[in-house]
Write a protein that binds this ligand. Structure first.
Ligand code: SME
Length: 160
């Protein structure tokens, strides 16, 4: 795997995800270190889709703890059921939040964050962690993001 991403010159998110996912799969399947892989996934998503903030929180005992990410500094610990990430941990399903100010209990790591998508990482039927993506625009995420980010978390799960 070369260390450059091939990214199509297109406005289509779908085409970008289609080009990106096999490259991420190749990148992480040849490396067994989890943090190296999470770091490269964050960087690849940031480079390809120019997300405001993208990164991981991993379950450690009774909290989610910040893992590798790209973007501004973020809160380090989130309790189960708290914020969007803690809710995704509790429900084990992806959440799309069009307006974070309208989400009860949203944890504002950055006041610039306006919308968010969070997808769970599953391992042996339990939530292992979450992928969190924030945008500085309202309603940035849709079913296309959900489909491909969930697919990416399945690819990641296979490496756990
Ligand atoms: N907004 C998230 C917290 C994490 S930051 O956005 C990076 C939440 O409500 O869970």
């Amino acid at each position: 795997m070369s260390e450059n991403l091939y990214l199509p010159e297109t406005e289509s998110k779908e085409e970008i995800y289609e080009a990106l996912l096999p490259q991420i799969e190749a990148l992480i399947s040849s490396e067994e270190d989890l943090y190296a892989n999470l770091a490269n996934i964050s960087a690849a998503l940031k480079e390809a889709l120019d997300f405001f903030w993208v990164g991981f929180y991993l379950v450690k005992d009774d909290q989610l703890v910040l893992g590798p990410f790209q973007g501004p500094i973020a809160c380090t610990r989130i309790r189960k059921g708290k914020g969007v990430c803690g809710t995704v941990w509790e429900k084990a399903e992806t959440l799309i939040v069009d307006d974070v100010d309208a989400f009860p209990g949203h944890i504002a790591c950055s006041s610039a964050s306006k919308s968010e998508i969070v997808a769970p990482i599953m391992n042996n039927n339990e939530v292992f962690g979450v992928l969190d993506v924030d945008s500085d625009q309202l309603a940035s995420f849709d079913e296309t993001d959900k489909k491909y980010l969930e697919k990416l978390m399945e690819i990641l799960s296979k490496t756990l």
